[in-house]
Design a protein around this ligand. Structure first.
Ligand SMILES: N[C@@H](CCC(=O)N[C@@H](CS)C(=O)NCC(=O)O)C(=O)O
Length: 242
């Protein structure tokens, strides 16, 4: 039987979407995909439609959503140009899927070793960064305060910020970098987008200016990525629910 991604409960704007459709909320994970779609729009005129949901109401745990992403988490994209429509879950997989719209490799690499570097840094943050910074936020905001858990995730997130600093400073390679992946000073790619959406929130995660002074290359990289108009659009008003 052919998989049907939509059911009677699927919101009309999701079900009736043509082409690429994004279901998101303006969180760091949502922002990763929002930013890349904005970059593709400014580079190629790529079009998509968006549905904003509110995860506080657990919309993402309803059957219509779980049919698209059994993990019940945002963001997801659905490619309605495929038949049947093709849902993509997990932000890094979504960024890699969307690279097919990047015909000139502006946000990825033709060279397979450089592309491998991109995938390494994208996976590094997906597996070793976001879960720690996410849990740090969870335990900092929790009603029941666990010093043990906060310390564990605070320390580990700080450590992985240090890993990014090592890469950007060229401490072991002798090559300081503007961006995480690619030869020489590197190139702005989806690895930067996936990482930046989280790391830029360091203040919100409770780190002090003093602590961040240990990471001068990382701080400059945060500003470098933040300066991009598509990045500003990707975290901007359009994605904030009224
Ligand atoms: N590993 C997933 C994580 C996605 C994720 O955790 N999304 C959060 C928002 S930042 C979410 O949907 N939270 C709602 C929930 O857990 O029910 C990815 O990269 O796509």
């Amino acid at each position: 039987m052919t998989f049907q991604p939509y059911d009677d409960e699927t919101p009309a704007d999701v079900k009736n979407a043509k082409g690429l459709h994004l279901v998101t909320q303006n969180t760091p994970n949502g922002q990763k995909v929002q930013i890349f779609l904005e970059e593709l729009a400014s580079a190629y005129g790529t079009e998509w439609t968006t549905t904003l949901i509110n995860i506080a109401t657990n919309e993402q745990k309803k059957d219509w959503f779980l049919r698209l992403n059994p993990n019940g988490r945002i963001p997801i994209i659905i490619d309605n140009a495929q038949s049947p429509p093709f849902p993509v879950m997990e932000t890094s997989a979504e960024l890699l899927y969307l690279l097919k719209y990047d015909k000139d490799n502006r946000f990825g690499f033709e060279d397979e070793l450089e592309q491998s570097e991109l995938v390494q840094w994208l996976f590094f943050w997906h597996g070793s960064g976001a879960p720690y910074q996410g849990n740090l936020g969870f335990f900092r905001r929790a009603q029941e305060q666990s010093e043990f858990a906060i310390n564990r995730f605070r320390k580990e997130t700080y450590r992985v910020l240090g890993v990014l600093e090592i890469q950007l400073s060229g401490k072991y390679t002798g090559q300081p970098k503007d961006f995480l992946a690619g030869s020489g000073k590197g190139k702005y790619t989806v690895a930067d987008i996936g990482t930046w959406a989280w790391v830029k929130n360091w203040r919100f995660s409770g780190y002090t200016e003093e602590e961040m002074k240990e990471f001068p290359h990382l701080l400059k990289w945060i500003d470098r990525v933040a300066d991009r108009p598509a990045v500003q659009r990707g975290i901007g008003q359009k994605y904030i629910q009224s």
